[in-house]
Ligand binder design. Structure first.
Ligand SMILES: Nc1nc2c(c(=O)[nH]1)N[C@H]1C(S)=C(S)[C@@H](COP(=O)(O)O)O[C@H]1N2
Ligand SMILES: [Mo]
Length: 203
């Protein structure tokens, strides 16, 4: 039995060693670019999407390709009975704002980009929202955990919080939230809602 134990122990140790080597090999692409093709299990490596920014969930995966590209898209901004349904042209008619802000995903990547669009606070002023109001922001996305978010006045009134229409000098790519998305400073990526549908003042 002793010999069996020895063999078993050696086999186990060998398996552990092999696993460790494999794990190092599979994740080393994070540090060594030439190993990147082996980097199968390393979510921290950001794969760049369109416009030099990683994509978390694509428009296709979110099921919004038709709705986001539709001619009749509107951004509804509502404060009780005061409601505006803004076309993309309407949004472009509002004085533009821009800023350089990161998207920081809990999956382990953070990328800074140049965003352009309109200030959230300007949109809220259009419907006479009080400056201490919290808001609910909804996406065109019908399912999934990130399609609705709430935002307190500290973010909603922050002049750097944007409803972004542009990314790195171009219209937003569909995968980055076209026609419009939220970009607010100091909020986790999960709250930077893409493919906006409505912004509603909470009573
Ligand atoms: N509607 C919607 N918005 C979303 C998401 C989503 O799945 N659906 N993912 C969020 C997460 S987790 C991150 S990190 C960012 C990523 O934005 P990007 O794909 O443009 O880089 O979008 C956020 N906005
Ligand atoms: Mo994320």
């Amino acid at each position: 039995m002793a010999a069996d134990d020895g063999i078993t122990r050696r086999a186990v140790l060998g398996t552990i060693a092999a696993s460790a080597v494999t794990a190092v090999a599979l994740t080393a692409g994070q540090s060594f670019g030439w190993l990147a093709p082996l980097n199968l299990f390393a979510p921290r490596v950001q794969r760049l999407g369109p416009q030099a920014l990683p994509v978390n969930v694509t428009a296709k995966a979110a099921g919004v390709v038709m709705a986001a590209g539709a001619d009749d898209w509107r951004l509804t901004v509502a404060n009780g009975a005061s409601i505006r349904r803004l076309t993309l042209a309407d949004l472009h008619g509002i004085p533009a704002a821009a800023g350089t802000l990161p998207i920081a995903c809990v999956e382990g990547w953070s990328t800074t980009a140049d965003w352009g669009g309109v200030r959230m606070s300007d949109l809220l002023r259009l419907v006479g929202a009080p400056t201490d109001a919290s808001i609910r922001i909804a996406s065109l996305q019908q399912r999934g955990p990130y399609r609705v978010t709430t935002m307190g006045p500290e973010f909603a009134q922050d002049p750097t919080t944007l409803v972004a229409l542009r990314l790195n000098g171009e219209p937003l790519d569909l995968d980055h939230g076209y026609p419009a998305r939220v970009i607010a400073p100091g909020r986790p990526g999960v709250l930077q809602t893409k493919w906006l549908s409505s912004i509603e003042v909470l009573a």
